[in-house]
Design a protein around this ligand. Structure first.
Ligand code: F6P
Length: 491
C-alpha cells in the first residue's frame, strides 16, 4: 500500500460522486477492473491516491459487490492501493429515476440551458431525493461527518449537503459543480428550484468552473431564496450560515498527456490506427466527444459539409475523425443524437467519398490512452463545438498533445474552456455555419509561425492551470474556510 498525505489533518476526506473511478465487471475469466470514460473520475483518482480517504460512489459494475468487503468498501487504485472506495448499490428503479431521470433529463438540460429537453416527472424527483438520502447514509456509515471534510461532486447531489448538515451541523461540506450554472431566468424553469438551491447552500464552499457560473448562482440564490449575496467576495449569508462561492477552472494532467503523445507507445498506436482506418489524407481534423446533444456535433458536421461542398479543393485532402463514446443511451434524446450523427456521417461520406478517400472516419470503439494520444498528436485541427459545456477537457487534451508540428484548436465560444483558451484558439460560434466553415478553413491554411505562436500560448495556459494546480487551489480555499470556521467556533 502507498502512504497518502491527508490534506485536512485529522479530518478525513470523503469524496462523493455518482460515477466510480473503478468498475469491476464480470466476464468469462472472472472479474476484471475498468476505468469508466469521462473526465471527472480520471481527474480525481490521482488526487485521491495522493490524499487518501474514502470515495463514495454508485457501484455500477456487475462485479462491484463481490469485490467489496462487508462495509461495501474496496481499496484502490488496484495497482497500489491508497484509498477506500465505498460503493452504494442502487436498484434498477433508482437508476432509472435518479440517474437517467432527474439528473440527466431535468438537471442536465436545465444547466445547459436547453429547457425544452427537460422532462420533469414526480417519480424522478422522488427518487433523486431518495438517492441523495441513500448517499448521505453511506457517508455516515463510513465517518462521523462532524469529523470529516465531505466533498460532493456534481449535479447528482444537490440535496445531500443539506441532509448531512441537518444531522451534523459541524460538518464541513464542499461541492464542485462540473457543468454550467444557468441564469435565473433559465433556472426558474425547474419547479424544484428552491429545494435545489437550499440543498447546495448547506455547503461551506461551492465551486464552479468559471466566474460566469458563479455569478449566475449568486443571482439565483438571491432571487429565489432572498439570500444575502455579496457579488464582490462571492460570500452568501443564508439560514444563519456563510457559504463561499468560488471559480476553480478544472485542468488536466498536461505533463502526462504530453509524455504520452511523444511516447513510443503512441507511435505504435498510430501505426495500428492507420492500418485499421483510412487516415491517409494530407490533413486531419479531429473531434472527441461523448455522444451528447450539448456537444454541437451536428453543427460541426454541417460546417464540414459546407467546406467540401463550397470549396471542392478540400475534397480528398482533409479527413475528419469523429471519436465518439456512447452515453446515457436509455434516454430518447441521446438515441436521437446517435442516430442523427451516424446518419449524417453516412450521408456525407456517400456524397463526397471516393475509392481513395473517406471524408469522415467514425470511431466508436474504445481506444487505449496511447491510441487517443496518437490521434490528438496527429490531428492538424481540433474541433470543439459544444452549444454549452461546463469546461470541456477535450480542448485541453488536444492542446497538451500537440508535441510536434503544432495544430490549431477551433473552439466554440460557448464552452467554459473558452474563458482560458479563447484568445489563442480559433474562436467560432457553432450556430453560425458560414463563420464556422471559414474558421475551419483558416485553421487548415494557417502558416506555421502563427500556429506555433498560438499553440505556445495555449500550452502555457494548459500546463500552468493543470489538475495539480486545480487541486491545490480547491484544497487551499477549503483549508482557509475550514480554519475560519474553527476560529469562529472557538470565539
Ligand atoms: O461533464 C459532466 C459529467 O458528469 C462529467 O463529470 C462526466 O465525466 C460526464 O459528465 C459523464 O457522464 P456520465 O457519468 O453520466 O456518464
Amino acid at each position: 500500500a502507498v502512504s497518502a498525505t491527508p490534506p485536512f489533518g485529522d479530518r478525513e476526506l470523503v469524496l462523493v460522486s455518482n460515477r466510480e473511478p473503478y468498475v469491476h465487471e464480470r466476464d468469462d475469466d472472472g472479474i476484471s477492473v475498468a476505468r469508466p470514460a469521462g473526465g471527472l473520475t480520471s481527474a480525481l483518482d490521482p488526487m485521491m491516491a495522493s490524499t487518501g480517504g474514502t470515495w463514495v460512489a454508485w457501484g455500477s459494475g456487475d462485479g462491484d459487490e463481490e469485490m467489496s468487503d462487508e462495509n461495501g468498501c474496496v481499496r484502490v487504485p488496484p495497482e497500489s492501493p491508497s484509498y477506500e472506495l465505498k460503493r452504494v448499490a442502487l436498484s434498477e428503479e433508482q437508476v432509472t429515476n435518479y440517474y437517467y431521470g432527474y439528473s440527466n433529463q431535468v438537471l442536465w438540460p436545465l444547466c445547459h440551458s436547453d429547457i425544452a429537453k427537460m422532462t420533469p416527472k414526480p417519480e424522478f424527483w422522488r427518487h433523486y431525493r431518495e438517492a441523495n438520502e441513500r448517499f448521505a447514509d453511506a457517508i455516515r456509515e463510513r465517518v462521523d461527518p462532524s469529523e470529516a471534510v465531505v466533498w460532493f461532486q456534481d449535479y447528482h447531489f444537490a440535496l445531500a449537503p443539506r441532509l448531512i448538515r441537518e444531522s451534523a451541523p459541524d460538518a464541513f461540506c464542499m461541492q464542485f459543480w462540473h457543468i454550467p450554472w444557468p441564469s435565473w431566468d433559465v433556472f426558474r424553469s425547474c419547479p424544484e428550484h428552491d429545494e435545489l438551491l437550499d440543498g447546495l447552500l448547506a455547503n461551506d464552499l461551492l465551486g464552479f468552473h468559471t466566474d460566469r457560473y458563479c455569478r449566475n448562482f449568486l443571482d439565483c440564490a438571491s432571487k429565489a431564496l432572498g439570500a444575502d449575496v455579496n457579488r464582490e467576495t462571492g460570500v452568501i449569508r443564508y439560514d444563519g450560515r456563510t457559504v463561499r462561492v468560488e471559480s476553480f477552472p478544472l485542468g488536466i494532467d498536461a505533463v502526462e498527456r504530453r509524455r504520452l503523445a511523444g511516447s513510443a507507445e503512441a507511435d505504435e498506436a498510430w501505426e495500428s490506427l492507420r492500418d485499421a482506418y483510412p487516415l491517409g489524407a494530407e490533413r486531419l481534423a479531429l473531434g472527441v466527444d461523448r455522444l451528447d446533444y450539448t456537444k454541437g456535433i451536428e453543427q460541426r458536421l454541417t460546417a464540414l459539409e459546407r467546406l467540401w461542398e463550397e470549396r471542392p479543393e478540400w475534397r480528398g485532402r482533409v479527413t475528419y475523425v469523429q471519436k465518439a463514446s456512447e452515453s446515457r443511451s436509455r434516454i430518447n434524446d441521446y438515441q436521437r443524437v446517435q442516430a442523427t450523427v451516424t446518419g449524417e456521417i453516412e450521408r456525407i461520406n456517400e456524397r463526397f467519398g471516393t475509392d481513395a478517400w473517406r471524408p469522415i472516419v467514425y470511431i466508436d470503439d474504445r481506444l487505449s490512452t496511447a491510441e487517443l494520444a496518437a490521434l490528438y498528436r496527429e490531428a492538424d485541427v481540433g474541433l470543439v463545438s459544444s452549444l454549452r459545456d461546463g469546461m470541456n477537457l477535450v480542448a485541453k487534451e488536444f492542446v497538451a498533445s500537440q508535441v510536434d508540428d503544432p495544430g490549431v484548436l477551433v473552439l466554440s465560444e460557448l464552452v467554459g474552456a473558452h474563458e482560458e483558451l479563447g484568445e489563442a484558439a480559433m474562436t467560432v460560434h457553432p450556430n453560425d455555419a458560414e463563420a464556422f466553415t471559414d474558421g475551419i478553413e483558416r485553421a487548415l491554411t494557417m502558416d506555421r509561425p502563427e500556429r506555433s505562436n498560438r499553440m505556445t500560448q495555449l500550452q502555457a495556459e494548459v500546463e500552468e492551470n493543470d489538475i495539480e494546480a486545480w487541486k491545490n487551489d480547491v484544497l487551499r480555499h477549503a483549508g482557509e474556510v475550514l480554519n475560519r470556521k474553527r476560529r469562529a467556533d472557538r470565539d
